[in-house]
Design a protein around this ligand. Sequence first.
Ligand code: ZN
Length: 181
Amino acid sequence: MIFNDIGHINRYFAAYALQEGFSIKKGHTTSLKTYHVYCKCHGKPKNSRNLPSVVGVEINGKKRVREPRTRLCDCQWQVRFKQQFNEQYVLVKFIDEHTHPMEKEDAILYAENRQTNEQGMQLMRILKQTSATYQEIANVVNSTTGSKLLARDVYNRTRDVPRGPAKSKKLKPFVKKKNDV
Ligand SMILES: [Zn+2]
C-alpha cells in the first residue's frame, strides 16, 4: 500500500473507519520518516485518582461510582507508514484488531465522522443568522450536502456567527423594577 502524502493517508483511513464503524486519530510521528494512524480508542484511560476499574467495588478505601466516560480501551488497531527516498509512504505495519465492538450503524457517534464540506459550512453560517433552530439548520445542511451533522455540530462550528432574531416570544408581563418607586 503506497500513498503520496500524509493527507492522502488520513483521508483514506478516515473513510475506511467510517465504513467499518470506528474512528481514527491521526498525526502520530515517531520519527521524521514514519507516520502512525491509530484507532481513536487507542491508549489507556487516565486514572489520576487511582480508582478500581470496576464500578461499585471498593479497594483500599476507594470506590468508583460511575462508569468512566472515555472510549479509550487500549485498542490495538493501527497502521504505520515509512517514508521512502522518493517521498512516498509505504505501509509497514497493520494491526487489524479492535478491543471494542464496531459501530456500523452509529459511526456518526464519532464527531470525526460528522464532517461537512465548504458549501455546508457556508450554509450553516448563513442559516445561523436566521431564526432557524440548530436542528433545522442541521437538517437543511444534511439534505443539501449529504452530511450527517447533529444540532450540536452546528452549534459548535458556528460559535463565532451571531444568532439571528429569535422566534417571536410572548411579551413578558410588566414587572416592577427595583428602582421604580
Ligand atoms: Zn479500535
